[in-house]
Design a protein around this ligand. Sequence first.
Ligand code: AMP
Length: 427
Amino acid sequence: MTFEELQIDDKLLEAISYMRFEKASPIQEQAIPLALQGNDLLACAQTGTGKTATFLIPILQDLVKNGSHGFTSLIIVPTRELAIQIDQELQGFSYFTDTTSKAVYGGDKGADWDSQKNAFTEGTNVIIATPGRLMAHLRLGYVSMKNLRHLVLDEADRMLDMGFIDDIRQILSYVPQKRQTMLFSATMAPEIQKLAQTILHEPKIVSIAIAKPAEGVKQSAYMAYPHQKVDLITHILEQNPDYDSIIIFTSTKKNIHSIVSAIKKKIRNVTIDGISSDFEQAEREEVLLRFRAKQTRILVATDVLSRGIDIKGINLVINFDVPRDAADYVHRVGRTARADAKGEAITFISDVDVPKFHKIEHLIERSIDKIPLPQELGEAPEWKEYQPKPKRHFNHSHHANKNNGGKKRFFYKKKNNEGKTPSGKTE
Ligand code: AMP
């Protein structure tokens, strides 16, 4: 489907063509016409599918067609990087329109507070905000939502995982009842469905390739003990000298520095940076800028970067460890092969990570090739095929069983947090 077929304003079509979007992606094709009719939307789509344009285009069309007076549209997102990125994409789409926008997020030592406050008091049309910072502004009383007609919750699953549910509930109490609401999530866990029921009105449901990496990603894995991993990276880089943009993901912030310095020691003249939520905002932006500009070949990152962040031309994602949450695997791997390009993802699995990797293979409904470790790196841990156990009605993903010496048995089952907040507290 072409964007012309969507019958949207010429000003938007022109911007879309400048952005070199030729054909609508599957989620855009399915969801944009529904949203243009004013429906609420519940969309299950991972990043990399074109979900951002899916909510931005209908919002902008409504603003162009029906006028944009004051603060009309609120987009709530889990991270500041995603807020900035959505704002940039919005600036592209709205280039030929009068729409104004602002990304509102915390963590920059307050320097930007006044300009954020001005955005609210001066009636900026579209605000893309992280929940905590938005609540901080709302509490001070100068934010008027009386003109608000669009509400988007992007990466809702991530926001719940990050413990933002209370902030979101409070924000909802400020938002007018009559509005169009669009909720985007990579997974449809029970808590997301519960949230959807409370905030959406007769939503149209659109689901695109639930939690599977894009087709263009070549996925493989090595069994490797922690002490073998840096040498393994050196080996992979030697084999792929053409890869000029590589992300190494690790679940642990404190690993970042040691990975960066170990690689610097092993590979002469390598350009490498680390990034995590511990870094100052300005530092994070600078590191990302260098990486985007391909001045840095390797970026070592925590999962802060795995969601939503769109950097073109990443050839390789290395999972230094297996992510705790299977959905994070999909997000990490989704950093490569964006929008139809080709890319590669390699995961290092240590002995203790085998059950977690089984869970990932189950989620993505395929097994990943395990490449033998190069001989000079020594003996690798053993990959154990999963033997399904009979299901029980109460099964959980990890279940300590009295009869097996307290060892954790592994069951395939989606995380069941019903009735619990992300922090594990019962509601
Ligand atoms: P998203 O899933 O919104 O993060 O989008 C992933 C990437 O695909 C971004 O770089 C978008 O600019 C790009 N993109 C989204 N829709 C299209 C499209 N219809 N044609 C080409 N690129 C697109």
